[in-house]
Structures are given as C-alpha cells and as structure tokens.
Design a protein around this ligand. Sequence first.
Ligand SMILES: Nc1ncnc2c1ncn2[C@@H]1O[C@H](COP(=O)(O)OP(=O)(O)OP(=O)(O)O)[C@@H](O)[C@H]1O
Ligand SMILES: [Mg+2]
Length: 289
Amino acid sequence: MKVHHADITTAMRTPADSPSGQEPSSEVNGASSGDAGRESRLVVELKGIRKSFGSVEVLHGVDLEVHAGEHVVIFGPSGSGKSTLLRTINLLEEPNAGSVRVLGVEYGPGVPGERVEKRGGPLQLRRHVGMVFQQFNLFPHLSALHNIALALRSVRGLGRRAAEEKAAHSLRQVGLLRFAAHYPGELSGGQQQRVAIARALSLDPEVMLFDEPTSALDPELVGEVLAVMRVLAESGMTMVIVTHELNFAREIGDFNVFMDEGLVVESGPRGFFESCSNARTRQFMEAVL
Ligand SMILES: Nc1ncnc2c1ncn2[C@@H]1O[C@H](COP(=O)(O)OP(=O)(O)OP(=O)(O)O)[C@@H](O)[C@H]1O
Ligand SMILES: [Mg+2]
C-alpha cells in the first residue's frame, strides 16, 4: 500500500500553511504500519554489537532487526545503552565489534566468519538514516527554513533554490510553513523539535531514528511532537524510537525492545506490554506505566 506524505500535512497543517491550497504529491514507499510484518524487507540489521568507552563495555552483544515500514520501540532504565545502540545505527558511535547492516550494506566491523558483499562508509550510511535528538540540534543563527535547506545542500548537494523549496515542503508536512522565517529561539520547544523532524524527513531517509524526542519538552508540548510522529508512522515510515513515553510506545510499537545493562533483556511484537514475562521487564513497566 502506498500512502501519501500529504497525510502528515493534513493532520498537522494550519490554514495559513497552505495559501495555495495545493497538496504535496510525493509518495512514501514502504508498507503501512498495518501490514508491516517481520517478514518484510530488512532495513537495519545489527548483530553482536559491542561498544566500550575506554575500558568500560556498555553494549555487550546486541542484535536488532528493523524491517521496512516497521516501528521499533526501545525502552529501559537510564544508562542501559539505548542511546548508544541507536547512535550505532548511523555510526555516531562506532561499535568495537559486530555488524551494522543497512539495506544489506555492512558499515560495522562485521561478524567473524560472515561474508561481506558490500561495505560502505558513514557518509553513505547517513544518506539513508535520519536522526532526531532529544535536544533538537538546530543551528540558532539560522531560520527554520535555512536549518533544513542547509542540510539539503550539504547532504544532498541541492542548489539554494531547490533546497529552499524542499525545506518549505518539509515544514509544511509538520504544519510549520508559516514559521519558516523564525529562528529556533523564536519557536517553542515543540516547534523546534518539529523543525528537527522536518529536517530529517526532508532528506528522504529509509529509516528515522528518534532518541527521546519529547523528553526535553514541557509536558504540554509533548503532544504536538507525538502527533507528528504518529502521522509519520501512519505514512509508512520505518522508525526506531527510544522513548520513556510508554503509552505512546504501546500504541505505535510494532516491535518492542527492553534493554538493561547493555543487553536486550526481552523483545516482542504488539501486545508485548501485556505479554512480557521477564521479571526485570515487568518491574520496569510497573514502575513507569
Ligand atoms: N561518550 C561516552 N563516554 C563515556 N561513557 C559513555 C558515553 N556515552 C555513554 N556512556 C555510558 O554508556 C552507558 C550507556 O549510556 P546511554 O547513553 O547509551 O544510556 P541510555 O540508556 O540512553 O540512558 P538514558 O535513558 O539516561 O538516556 C552509560 O553508562 C553511559 O554513562
Ligand atoms: Mg539516552
């Protein structure tokens, strides 16, 4: 099933965002959340990921698969290695051991004894993987539009005009076109995070990673960011989300991963929040939910 990116626009747009009344026509490839199954195309495959900082190992051999159109949710206590694992997917952290495969290309050290057909570098990888951080990471001296256009010019090599047009389109997708000329300091935290999502989205990633995208926000601003993510999920975008918003995780998670102390303790499909059986998982859920 193909779903129009316009869906996200429809849900988030305010009337002022669409003076022409025209709907964007680009389409997203991939399964909708409804038919995303574990049998569909593998987008991300992590195997045996180990990561140390100095002499301290913080990931002790983690496996993770993310299929096209799937929404994988990762949760667990502070310091369990969620961010480190997520950052390994686009090599913001280089693993000491293990395989990081994105769309079949190997970017990590690999698994001993396993044949590697194609190997790629970080820049190639980051063309496929978008990332949204807790702290937005927008440039304060650039407007919302220019934050996005800069990414398009440097990562995609677009000219100024094409970059600005695409940036405007992305801002419209998150309902913020009328804030295009605003600087981050003139936007609320929720709006800044929506700009950061638009920036990642504008690069047409195959998968988007979110590291606690709402934890730096005042509670009343969380909803608008989750609404954008929800619509993005419904459009069929492949997503990996680290979050403490367990109700949102329960709603959106096609596959759920509980981490503790640098390991995946337990994982499972929809219904995981009710069916998980590991004592540590249950204890965490009871404390947080
Ligand atoms: N750059 C770094 N240098 C040294 N240690 C680090 C670094 N980044 C993370 N760590 C350590 O690695 C472990 C895992 O950290 P990580 O940030 O991945 O945890 P987390 O599950 O994301 O926690 P939180 O929920 O607080 O964000 C922690 O013990 C942390 O102190
Ligand atoms: Mg973290």
